[in-house]
Design a protein around this ligand. Structure first.
Ligand SMILES: [Cu+2]
Length: 98
């Protein structure tokens, strides 16, 4: 029984890890504007092929986590992952670049 549970736990683990590994599509960008009241962030970004943006552009994203808005300021270089969430382009993950 213990062995079976271990196998199930392992399989679940793989299921959880795999999609995020594939979705890990970090793009570089530069913060243009941070709008805390609207929970939105304007980023000048490189191509986002998975969102049909073959070229870089400046655009507004929703921030999935309000903490992101406090983390960065205009002019900061970032790496971020964007996805379409309920029709809205949303920053899912963001880290400061060097
Ligand atoms: Cu864009």
């Amino acid at each position: 029984m213990k062995k079976i549970l271990a196998v199930i736990a392992f399989a679940l683990h793989a299921l959880v890890l795999t999609p995020s590994a594939f979705a890990d599509d970090m793009t570089t960008g530069e913060i243009v504007k941070v709008d805390e009241s609207a929970q939105k962030i304007t980023i000048k970004h490189g191509p986002l092929k998975h969102l049909d943006m073959d070229h870089g552009m400046t655009m507004v994203f929703k921030a999935i986590d309000p903490a992101m808005l406090k983390m960065v300021k205009p002019g900061d270089k970032v790496k971020f992952e964007a996805q379409r969430v309920q029709g809205q382009l949303t920053v899912m993950k963001m880290e400061k670049g060097k």
